[in-house]
Write a protein that binds this ligand. Structure first.
Ligand code: PBG
Length: 311
């Protein structure tokens, strides 16, 4: 009766990794409990997700290093892995929400989210590539495109290109306050960009963890440019930012409970230090309490199962 925050499977989004091939379900050593799935394996996994009441998935491609080029042009090839995955998922589950990531990191030889030349990531050239990527994702059937690249001006440019091509109904979930974080390590292992990125970092475009006012400025810009939803990432280290943005802006604020947060819980559970299920539910509840309307989590299925058992 007195509980202020209740979590439901409808609040959750399940991120998955898709790879080439068939019959593949491959463990990711630094992200225990999460697998890379070939498209034929992803479809039944998503059927299960839907049965649990989770409305949407965020699909990340693991195309392999052989597709990487300096300009990342594989990102906008209409028949690339992610486009085939998205259209197969929409064919199998038309009523399931599919979110496509807009960024070049699976496709660049630098492992950067943008086009790198002479050691610099070029903002405007990257934005042009991202608009083409968003367009192939929309054509493949994504309901939502989610620019995670943090280039300036990309939301407006993507909105314009989508509208011109008749995709007014495709929504934009902007990674608005994406911090330059150590907590993305397992994700980069999962998509094979850790080794590619090497000693580079993304500090020229991702945000300084010390900054709060900047998140508010970024959100105002993204919304003005046409973002339908904004996101804070990572989640738990940035609860104050989730609260700031959700209080201040009318568009829904989402949180990404990222790979490193999930891996920390899994590692602690492994040594018996923390009860995994309790730690997961507490984390997700805290994100919602801070103001997140939707939460991306690798623990979405486990959380929905727990919530179902208690219904
Ligand atoms: C890349 C991207 C990243 C994540 C989502 N999209 C990693 C990065 O910026 O290097 C991180 C997600 C996670 O850690 O779970 N554009």
């Amino acid at each position: 009766m007195l509980r202020e925050t209740t979590l439901s499977p409808a609040d959750l989004i399940w991120p998955i990794f898709v790879c080439e091939g068939t019959g593949i379900s491959e463990d990711i050593p630094t992200l225990p409990g999460v697998q890379r799935l070939s498209i034929d394996r992803a479809i039944p996994a998503l059927a299960h997700m839907k049965e649990l009441g989770i409305p949407a998935t965020a699909v990340f491609p693991v195309p392999g290093d052989h597709v990487r080029t300096e300009d990342g042009k594989e990102a906008f090839r209409p028949d690339n892995l992610i486009c085939r995955a998205v259209s197969a998922v929409k064919d199998a589950h038309p009523d399931l929400g599919v979110i496509g990531d807009v960024a070049l990191d699976p496709y660049t030889t630098s492992g950067q989210d943008g086009i790198e030349r002479d050691g610099r990531v070029l903002n405007d050239e990257t934005v042009a590539a991202l608009t083409r990527q968003a367009l192939v994702l929309a054509k493949a059937g994504c309901d939502i495109v989610a620019p995670s690249d943090m280039m300036d001006g990309r939301v407006g440019a993507i909105r314009k290109v989508l509208d011109l091509d008749g995709h007014e109904e495709v929504a934009i979930l902007a990674y608005t306050a994406k911090y330059c974080s150590a907590f993305y390590g397992p994700f980069r292992d999962a998509v094979g960009s850790s080794a590619t990125l090497g000693t580079r970092n993304k500090a020229t475009y991702q945000m300084d963890p010390a900054n709060r006012a900047e998140a508010i400025r970024e959100a105002a810009l993204d919304i003005e440019e046409g973002a339908d939803m904004i996101m804070v990432k990572p989640g738990l280290p940035y609860l104050d930012i989730i609260r700031d943005l959700s209080d201040r802006f009318d568009v829904p604020t989402f949180a990404y409970h990222v790979s490193g947060e999930y891996a920390m819980l899994a590692a602690a559970a492994n040594t018996g230090a923390i009860d995994f299920q309790a730690g997961l539910m507490e984390s997700l509840t805290a994100l919602k309490r801070a103001g997140a309307r939707g939460i991306l989590s690798y623990g979405a299925l486990e959380a929905a199962e727990i919530l179902g058992d208690h219904a």
